[in-house]
Design a protein around this ligand. Sequence first.
Ligand code: PAF
Length: 277
Amino acid sequence: MQRAAVAWRQQGRRIGLVPTMGYLHDGHISLVREARKRVGPDGAVVLSLYVNPTQFGPTEDLSRYPRDLPRDFRLCREAGVDVVFLPSDAVMYPGRDQGAYSTYVVEERLSQGMEGVSRPTHFRGVTTVVAKLFNCVLPEVAIFGAKDWQQAAVIRRMTQDLNFPLKIVVSPTRRDTDGVALSSRNKYLNEDERRQATVLIESIRACREAVARRKMPAAQLRELVQQAVALRSSARLDYVEFFHPETLEVATSVARGHQMALAVFVGKTRLIDNGRL
Ligand code: PAF
């Protein structure tokens, strides 16, 4: 991968990276389209497909994470991806099983709240693998989805802090017709749970409406979300936070323009979503 990337750079081809864990959906394809727009018709669009073990906690769904390589390859071909980068664990984490792998990248501020509370080792895994992907693919631009808002903020920070010479682009969340954000994890939901999954976008809309005319205490909005979630028999709120969209500074008094993020278990599946209020 590095040899190909160096050769492309020598030929003046711009490289765009779309990092994914596979089981692709329209959201990923919209990131591919964004990458193509950024690098132009002669550029190289690389989609990395790697289910990164270090971003899963010990009780999380690594082994049952959905995979369908033939389908992913077909979607990549149709979307005009030039290269699918499919590294093995041995390439990404040499010697990890024997305890030899020992270098990680840690962002210490933006990664602390929200997902960082519920999944304490998650962002260390994300920043490590993304830094490694940047080093393997040498992109000028990397595209991430806005559904993982905190992830995008953490990666932007890491890119700046570690002087990676590339631009981070965050592309809007793609949604189903009922408003549910596209996610590979939606596959885990049964029919009834899929119906209940609308509670995330409905909560965002309700909070947006609530702050449209006046500031509201975060505690009151949290209550509103808790009530909406309680109406769904299979849903359980993990967290809901209101914060500044760039600094992620938590807001106790929430106004238009603040960002909101939430995680909800629907059955056993943990879904996340966010939106600008
Ligand atoms: O968002 C994801 O799919 C993953 O966290 C990423 C960025 C590909 C790193 O494994």
